[in-house]
Design a protein around this ligand. Structure first.
Ligand code: IVH
Length: 689
């Protein structure tokens, strides 16, 4: 018997040839994609689960038999592969911007007025219409399709660099893995969210497994998307809604001329875009749309936090332009914050990173804006006085979106006789140092500096935070212990921690200790901008840190910079500049910096990471119509080369890029003696000439 089978190879010969298998696979993959679309996008399945599974299993079998036929757009790739050690970073060549918010009708009137004024000069206002849609309350992502194949997906991050979460995004069935009739390159942008029903199911499941539940669909979506193990993401049902595009190369296709036609294009290419859409031609129509959506809000299958209006024709958008990181041609009309009654049980004081003492109301737990609130910031003493808040008061608590809950006002009629005034302590509740309040400041501060454990903890947490050194696992509980046990004092001490020390901490398993040490090690390779931000210099936020890194190019240059040099950096004024000088004149800070560098923290110099940073640090102002480039394209080119585009001329501008019919900008530039260039000269500069 065995003789008979001896000649057979170990792997069975499949009864189908490879070319036939390839054809069959293509057909099966197309059919599964079709059914995914009917099920997950149209919400109208056309076959039974049983039939679907049969198709899916046939794909699996063929792929196992012919591994070379496995492609990245196969539905088998949706189940999630091996866990990742960490997310890689992904650069957005076209930045992912944010939207300005508006809450009142008046703000919408003002928005429309600004738009029309900007267009008047260009004689385009007659064409004006707005595309209106809902503001999805999820997480922004960028999906890159090259020649129709989904190749990469990333979070928004800081708008320029996000995290590569391709494997997780592939598990989302409303994201097509390939597009038919697609241009050479299209980045589809939109929001990943968890639908209300899927959120309920997930929480019920978490409860039954004895695991923690999520406070709202947005947190559940965020928690599911930032999983290093894509198998976990695959178990959570997430949905993607598209609202725009990033980098594109339309090739032989002509790009849709308006936002609503772009959405129609995306919908035809099988993306969900949401049903609540319209085109409006006046403020009245905008407001009518808003009210209509507000009525429907609770009946929608997913959470939204407002509506979004965008100037519809793309050719008008660049004329209206941008303010800092948001377009002026679009606005988010947010729903009012939710309000709830609660009682102030007590007022505690928290000490922040810079020593500011913040009074925090301890509240009777109340459910508002999708979460249970137990604390609300009271900001400072003046605020408490102005709002006439006492301990024991019944108050109205307000929470909008992801914003920290606030006490809106006191219900005076309900004030009990024993209501007490809040008194700011004279000494720091954490370190006992004197508390001072400078005349020109609303804030009371602990004078303990880094002697104060609270300030030290906050400084360390900031240093380790995601947008700074990004040390995963170095959170509040760990830092608390490390500082309380005097195991670390300064950020430099983080790099001296050993596995033994960390593993000895409370509730720290061997594995998590090893993970933390690996994260610390990994953080040594960073960028100059992140490092500057991590230092926690007062008034130096993320954007300023980036501007400093880009303009000055090195840490040494920043440490040596004079007041004048600092003031010459984009958006750096007197207050920021003085704060930087003060920071670096402090011997203790220099000492810690020195230790950090000795510990091995390093980065590539910004012009190298920028790659094409030929315009690094240069500030441009655009005016008039250019011969071939749109304003947006010119902006993108300049920014991709490390330059910046500012809305108005000042002595800090380096170039004014002028086209036909320039505005008053040109005269102003001449008066300030700023170099004026045309499109041809810009292109020469971009080529490094
Ligand atoms: S347009 C240039 N449309 O809101 C602005 N954004 O504050 C590009 N969002 O990060 C965004 N729904 O994540 C746009 N229909 C919608 C949106 C939307 C939600 C989010 C998006 C963005 C944030 C902007």
């Amino acid at each position: 018997m065995s003789d008979l089978f001896d000649h057979l190879p170990d792997t069975p010969i499949h009864p189908i040839s490879e070319p036939d298998a390839q054809k069959r696979l293509e057909d099966l993959k197309r059919r599964v994609a079709e059914h995914d679309y009917h099920y997950y996008v149209e919400d109208a399945p056309t076959i039974s689960d049983y039939e679907y599974d049969a198709l899916f299993r046939e794909i699996q079998t063929l792929e196992q038999a012919f591994p070379s036929l496995l492609t990245s757009d196969s539905p088998t790739q949706r189940v999630g592969g091996a866990p990742l050690p960490a997310f890689a970073s992904a650069v957005h060549h076209v930045p992912m911007l944010s939207l300005s918010n508006a809450f009142t009708d008046d703000e919408i009137v003002a928005f429309d007025k600004r738009v029309r004024e900007a267009l008047d000069n260009h004689d385009h206002a007659g064409d004006l219409e707005y595309d209106c849609g809902v503001k999805f309350d999820g997480l922004a992502v960028n999906l890159r399709f090259e020649h129709g194949v989904f190749v990469n997906g990333a979070t928004r991050g800081d708008g320029i660099t996000g995290e590569d979460i391709t494997a997780n995004l592939k598990t989302i069935r409303s994201i097509p893995l390939s597009l038919a009739d697609a241009p050479p390159l299209i980045e589809v942008r939109g929001e990943v969210l968890m639908q209300k029903k899927d959120f309920e199911t997930l929480n019920a499941q978490q409860l039954s497994r004895g695991e923690k539940t999520f406070v709202n669909p947005r947190n559940a979506a965020a928690g599911s998307l930032r999983q290093l193990d894509p198998k976990i993401t695959a178990e959570r049902r997430l949905t993607f809604f598209a609202y725009g595009v990033g980098e594109t190369d339309w090739g032989q296709w002509s790009p849709p001329p308006t936002q609503s036609l772009l959405l129609a294009w995306l919908s035809r290419h099988r993306f969900l875009i949401g049903d609540e859409r319209t085109v409006a031609r006046s403020v009245d129509e905008l407001l009518a749309f808003y009210r209509g959506i507000q009525q429907k809000r609770n009946d929608l299958p997913y959470a939204i936090d407002g509506v979004v209006y965008k100037v519809n024709p793309f050719h008008l958008q660049p004329i209206i332009g941008f303010v800092s990181r948001a377009p002026r041609f679009a606005v988010a009309h947010k729903f009012p914050a939710e309000e709830m009654k609660s009682v102030i049980l007590d007022i505690d004081v928290q000490v922040g990173r810079t020593g500011v003492l913040t009074p925090v109301a301890r509240l009777q737990p109340t459910f508002v804006g999708g979460v249970t609130v137990t604390n609300a910031t009271l900001h400072n003493e003046d605020e408490i006085r102005e709002k006439n808040i006492k301990i024991g008061d019944t108050v109205i608590v307000r929470r909008a979106g992801d914003v920290i809950p606030e006490v809106a006002r006191v219900v005076l009629e309900a004030r009990p006789n024993d209501a007490r005034d809040f008194v700011m302590p004279k000494t720091c509740p954490v370190c006992g140092s004197r508390v001072i309040r400078q005349e020109d400041e609303a804030a009371a501060r602990c004078t303990g500096g880094l002697y104060c454990a609270a300030q030290r903890k906050q400084a360390l947490l900031h240093f380790a935070s995601r947008r700074a050194m990004d040390i995963e696992g170095l959170g509040e509980k760990v830092v608390d212990q490390l500082v309380n046990q005097s195991l670390i004092q300064t950020p430099a001490d983080i790099y001296r921690l050993t596995l033994e020390t960390v593993a000895a901490l409370d509730r720290m398993a061997e594995k998590s200790a090893a993970n933390l040490l690996a994260a610390i090690e990994k953080s040594k390779h960073t960028t100059l901008a992140r490092f500057i931000f991590a230092l926690g210099i007062r008034h130096v936020g993320e954007q300023t840190a980036r501007d400093l890194a880009q303009s000055l190019g090195s840490l040494e240059a920043l440490m040596r910079a004079s007041l004048e040099q600092l003031l010459a950096v984009y958006d750096v004024g007197e207050v920021i500049a003085q704060s930087i000088l003060r920071f670096f004149s402090e011997p203790h800070n220099r000492e810690v910096l020195d230790q950090l560098l000795k510990a091995g923290i390093h980065w590539e110099s910004p012009s190298i990471t920028g790659g094409t940073g030929v315009l690094s640090g240069k500030i441009f102002v655009l005016t008039g119509t250019l011969p071939t480039l749109s304003r947006m394209e010119a902006t993108q080119l300049i920014e991709a080369a490390g330059g910046k585009v500012s809305g108005s001329v000042s002595k800090k501008s380096h170039y004014v890029l002028a086209g036909e019919n320039p505005g008053s900008t040109l005269a102003k530039a001449e008066a300030l003696n700023i170099t004026i260039i045309d499109e041809a000269r810009l292109k020469a500069l971009l080529l490094g000439a």
